[in-house]
Design a protein around this ligand. Structure first.
Ligand code: M1P
Length: 236
């Protein structure tokens, strides 16, 4: 059996370090099972959020939606792409024309390896604003609307609602689903269990979940938060 965990919302609160009590419980429950991690975040954010000993226990880390792969802290491969200027201009327009009625913060287009993370409110916003934008977006569905519109115009890209405040953008086929394909190839006769919190359509765990579900040899466990992950692990 092989385990694969999404990070934000599955192993940690969004963009927060793993809680100490969670880390202890996870370490005990996972024991010497083979597990991997996948996230839209880059390696810097992963190292901020996940304790070193847990990272060491992982068989591999897929960062930036699987566009970077690390084993034992070393980069194994990297895929990158050049974005269109039209796409960037369009993202800038969404930021200028947002109906979100509060202050916006810097760092709204973050270019990572093989992907762009777009965040209307700005990634450098304080924690309390992160929650405020998330709650506003929940009611006003700005991110889903942007994803819908951009998917119609820029068909070579895949747009998904990332964590709490942003949208992840990759080339079609170069999102988290590439991780499912890679693991199914590495472990053709092992069952794979994937844990993620954004497995609904439009979420950034949807495509990867669909590949696993179609494979016939994997299970997808959708969790609401990291506590549910522990609850499921206890029952496995
Ligand atoms: O790992 C989930 C997401 O975490 C962050 O999202 P947000 O800042 O919106 O909570 C981002 O790093 C995003 O790319 C990532 O998918």
């Amino acid at each position: 059996m092989i385990y694969l965990f999404d990070m934000d919302g599955t192993l940690t609160p969004p963009r927060q370090p793993m809680e100490e009590s969670f880390a202890k419980a996870f370490e005990g429950l996972i024991g010497d099972r083979v597990f991997y991690m996948v996230t839209g975040s880059d390696i810097v954010k992963i190292e901020e959020q996940i304790p070193k000993n847990i990272l060491k226990m992982a068989a591999g880390i897929y960062a930036s939606m699987g566009n970077e792969f690390y084993v034992d802290g070393k980069l194994v491969y990297q895929n990158d792409f050049c974005h269109d200027d039209d796409l960037i201009k369009r993202l800038e327009l969404y930021r200028e024309n947002t109906k979100y009625p509060h202050k916006l913060y810097p760092n709204f287009i973050e270019q990572r390896c093989g992907m762009i993370n777009f965040c209307v409110v700005g990634r450098d916003c304080p924690e309390k604003i992160r929650q405020q934008y998330h709650d506003w977006d929940f009611v006003n569905v700005e991110r889903l609307q942007i994803v819908k519109e951009l998917s119609q115009v820029f068909t070579k890209y895949s747009f998904t609602v990332g964590g709490s405040i942003s949208i992840d953008i990759t080339l079609v086929g170069s999102g988290k689903e590439q991780v499912a394909k890679d693991l199914l190839k590495r472990y053709p006769s092992e069952k794979i269990i994937f844990f993620g919190d954004k497995t609904d359509r439009g979420g950034n765990d949807y495509d990867i979940a669909q590949v696993f579900l179609g494979s016939g040899n994997a299970e997808v466990i959708t969790v609401k938060n990291q506590s549910e992950t522990i609850t499921f692990l206890r029952h496995l």
